[in-house]
Structure formats: structure tokens, C-alpha cells
Design a protein around this ligand. Sequence first.
Ligand code: SAT
Ligand code: MN
Length: 581
Amino acid sequence: MSTTNVALRKWVQDTAALTKPDRIQWCDGGDAEYEALIQLMLGRGDLIRLNGSTYPNCYLHRSDPSDVARVEHLTFVCAPEKAEAGPNNNWMSPGEAHLQMDALFDGCMRGRTMYVIPYCMGPIDSPYARCGVEISDSPYVTVNMKLMTRMGAPALRRIEREGHFARGLHSTGELDPDRRFIMHFPHEMLIQSYGSGYGGNALLGKKCHALRLASWQASREGWLAEHMLILEIESPEGEKHYIAAAFPSACGKTNLAMLIPPESQAGWKIRTLGDDIAWLHLDGDGRLRAINPESGYFGVVPGTNPKTNRNAFDMIQRDAIFTNVALNAANEPWWEDKDKFEPVIDWRGKPWQKGNGAAAHPNSRFTVSARQNPSYSPLADDPAGVPISAIIFGGRRRELAPLVYQARDWRHGVLVGASVASETTAAAIGAVGVTRRDPMAMKPFCGINFGDYWRHWLSFGTRSSKLPQIFHVNWFRQDKDGRFLWPGFGENLRVLRWIVDRCAGRVGARETPIGFLPLAGDIDLKGLQIAPEVVNSLLSVDHASWQREMNDIAGYFAEFGAALPSELSEERQRVERELAR
Ligand code: SAT
Ligand code: MN
């Protein structure tokens, strides 16, 4: 196989001349190709077959122990001007980055096969979808791309029709942390990733293309590329709303997207359109429509069980790839909080003993096709996407942020999104549990200067009068003994219902300086064992703490200097004035 697209043919030839693979394989995305790659990896020991009667077609991949998460300090945006990348990104000049990367890629695929992987981010016939080609020497990447994207022949046909595509070159290299870089060249719509085989560093359609390059492209073309799940909520009366929600990695996006209504919420239904990324476009009527560019999930495994996420638990019983989980005595995948049984082999492949710490890596992952999700919405394949009623921002915060509040208007909502802060998780290398600013949950993924990105967000306020309402939630409030105040998981539906009621104009709210909060009784708490004083503290706004927060946000915004939109600092000052009143 090859292609009629001259630019693609030339890029493949040039890349082969540089990396010197033994073979080139053009991927068609078919099942036979997938099977053959699985067999190849089983033979090489890159995959372990799991118990075939309880976990049919499931495999375990162990990555190098030094290669288990995204590496933000080795991730760069290489735009010609440093100001384009902003203080929120590492920057290197494109010339220097190309020199470094060419030296790393030189001859790196000797003895290996070079896979040419055409893919489409979004429904193949959607005007909102965008194509890319990843060149990789990793069969693990190739099979994951098949599960995560619309990969193969149909994507190549679209590329040949349209004539343009994003380019991603990836090699696992030597898996040496000192020879590892994830480089983005937005002006060339090019990604170069070397030295890591792990998730967000290697599956280039996901964070690298669909967020970092796409956020650059979206800001030029007038749309939004966001780190958001997309869900459908249907009331017992059949009223449907679509919600997009942004949370940092490993803060429960997959769980929320697949939420199962508890018994007390009979008749309500949640369907999943996406669990990680949303591309949002204004349609001809001024409504914001969302598509999920992905077609599979790369979810955190630990903590998944029938109580926390029955849908996810069920969907990973077959045709799934597990990365860095443990094994039990029955050769089944095992992870913390899975069940009462004990693991025997840890994620490194060593015998596990009590007291050794976690058996599965805290950032261990499953990869599955989205269609295996029992709550999968076929609208995920609708080329037109879905109209969004509400945008939700959230973070992991022990203190301060109430369970839920609503921004006054779009401009205030942009401030709410820009001020998101969250405690760090195991999804990236580095300290866990440290609170940091993570605007729109895009800190690791925004390929442009946050100042320009916020200006772009604000510009929607003048482009349409039918924009979604913006909310902020915090499922992670704790008391002084570290106990969670809110039960979370399925019970979060109660908060989603209030959000939908607000969008439909059915309930009032208490106006506070930080936005609108629920009135007593408007969040359905029937059947919850939750004390009134706990509800009070979940819905309280402590002015002194919020003044400190606004002050902290001012300090953070100051890092962006002249790139910070004045509208955003004026909005912050408005909130600050109201808090002081
Ligand atoms: O490894 S990924 O970056 O794709 C997962 C995540 O951090 O959300
Ligand atoms: Mn994510």
C-alpha cells in the first residue's frame, strides 16, 4: 500500500531515509492487521495474554518502569516566537528543536518496522473532524491507535480527498529518560516524540494532536479544542441535554462520562459521547456543538469496580489492552480497589507481597473501543455533533471551592475556567497532591499562550447569544480529618440535575460574589446519608478565603504580562470588589 497524496508519500520517504527502518508497513486499520500485531507482540513478550475465559482478547503490556506517565518537563511547543508558547509551555526554537530531534531520529528504526498510521480525529464524515498520520516504530502504539481513533483506510481516503493532515513522528528510541522529548511544531502541524512508549507521549492523536496542535489551529479558525468529556443526560420525561466538562487528568472524567444513576434517581439516564477531549464549534444558529475526536478510551484502572463505575468495569472484561496493572493467581488483571482478592505479580512483573505498596501502577491504564461502553451514545458518530447546554469546570480541591456554582455570564465563566486549580495526580511524572493552577484543565495540553487562549475563549461572548451556561464543581471537598464530604460517583447526578434545571430556567439561585449557588432544597438529597451541616459547608462561600484565592489568581495572571486580556483582569477585579463589600 502507499498513497496518491504526494506530500504524504514524500514525508514517509524522507522519514524512512532518516530513521532507516528494515520495513515500512502502511496500516489499513483492519482486524487482520490488529491480530497480526498482537501475535507479533505476544511472540516478543511485549504483551502477555490474560485469562482467555474470563478476559477474552485481553492483554497486559508492561512499560519500562521509567516510562509510566506523561513527561511535562520534556514536552515543548516549538513555535517561532517564544511568546506564542507563553509561560504555560516549555519553548524551544524550531531550528534548534529540529536539529536535536533529527539527531535522535537518525537511524533509530534500524532493525525495526516503521508503521504508517493514518487516522481521523472525529466521525469520518464530519466537517469538524481532522486527519493525521502517525509514523511509529511501536506495534503497541499501532494497536492502541486502532482502539482509540478511526484508523486506517477510511482516514487515508479522507486525507487523499482533502489533501492535508497533521504529521506525528514517534520512536520509542532507547526509552532513556535522558533521550526523551515530546516536541510540537504548530506552524508545521507536526509532532515529534522520541524515547517514550507511554500513552500521552506516544499515542500522538490524543493529547499532542487533538489538544496541543488543535488548540493552536482552533484559535486561528474560531473553534475550541478542549480537555472535556461529553455526556447526554435524559430526564424521566425524556428531556435531553448535552454537557461538556473539563477536569484535570485522573480526576474522574471517565467516571462522570459513564455515570450510572443510583436507585434513588430512577428514570434518569446518562449516555457517554466522550471521556477526555471535545472539539467545539459554533453552528449556523449560534449554538456550540461538540464532537469527540476519539473513538476509544485510555482510562485510569485503579479504583474501577462495580460500585465506582460498573460500565467501565464491564467494558474492560474483553477486547482490552491493560498497561501496568498487576496480575492475580488466575492470570487476570488486578488493580487496587478491584475486588477482595490479592495480586500475585505486581506491575513490574515481580512477585507481590503485602506491604510492598501498590501492585498496579497508580497511573495504570486500560485501552478499549468506546463501543464497548454499555452507556455508549451512537451520537458520538454523528458528523454534526451535539448542542452543548452546559460547560462544567472542576478540579480536585480539598478546600474552598463549593460543590457547585454557576458563573453569571460567559465572561465570568471564562474567569472561572481560567482560575481552575487542582491537586496533581499520577497521570504526570512529579509530585502528587500539590495544588497548582490548571486553567480549563488544559495546563499540560494548551499548545498556545494561555493569554491568547483566554482571549479566544472571551471572543465567543460576542459571537453568539446562545452559548452554554458555565459551571464549576468540586467533588473532592474534605473535612479536617481527610474524609470526603460528598459521596461522588453516581450521586453526582444530583448536581448535574441542578445544572440542567438552571439551564432550563426552572430553579432560582442564591447570588454570591463567586456566582450562583443552589438554594436549599433545589439539589435533591433524598436517600443520601448527609448531615445538614455538611451540606451547608459544601455550599458555603467563605469570603476571606475567596479573597485570598482572588489575590492568588492575580499573581498567577501577572505571569502572562501583556498577553493577559484586560477583560479577564477586570472580571477578576469585579469579583474581588464584591467579595470585599
Ligand atoms: O497519558 S495520557 O496523557 O493520554 C492520559 C492523561 O493524562 O489524561
Ligand atoms: Mn486526559
